[in-house]
Design a protein around this ligand. Sequence first.
Ligand code: S3P
Length: 191
Amino acid sequence: MKDGEFIKNIKLKLDRPVVLVGMMGSGKSHLGQQLALELGVRFYDSDTIIEKKAGCAIAEIFSRDGEPKFREVEKNTILELLGGGPCVVATGGGAVMNPETMEEIKKRAVSIWLCAGIETLLARTAKNANRPLLKESSPETVLRELLAKREAIYAKADMRIDSSDSAQAQSVPAMIKSLSDFLNTANLCSP
Ligand code: S3P
């Protein structure tokens, strides 16, 4: 099958959001926008929505209100997006660590884990200073520790796609094929 046929099949069968999970720097926002464009659906980035609501950057929310408050707002923002029908949602890297958020993603969305090696994550996150968790100590140590804690949760996503630099050009076509195959075989309950 060609990409166009996979896309047609997805458009026919997709009745819920496609949620991208994975580490900071895994390409959720960048690849998510491209995927949404291909599927002709809206794209949402939970971090961007939170920043708009708060009127300031994520780093400022962390320092002003603390991480627990950010996590609460993050959970509510994602749960709201899950009720909105077919779209693509990029979540913040730590969002799935809230068990309720991951449970709802599993029930009401199709989920894709974008997975990249530490070198790729390090290089990409070094370009952007708006990641408070990477400011405190060595970004490499933090990323390795977070990945070790989170990997088993990311692995609960319905699909896993390589988004390392070496694979990135193929990540969107791979997501499209994988989504189409998943929707052909999955026995989804109403969202
Ligand atoms: C975080 C990831 C960030 C943002 C916040 C915390 C995390 O989003 O939500 O800085 O805990 O991994 P990205 O994954 O989009 O960078």
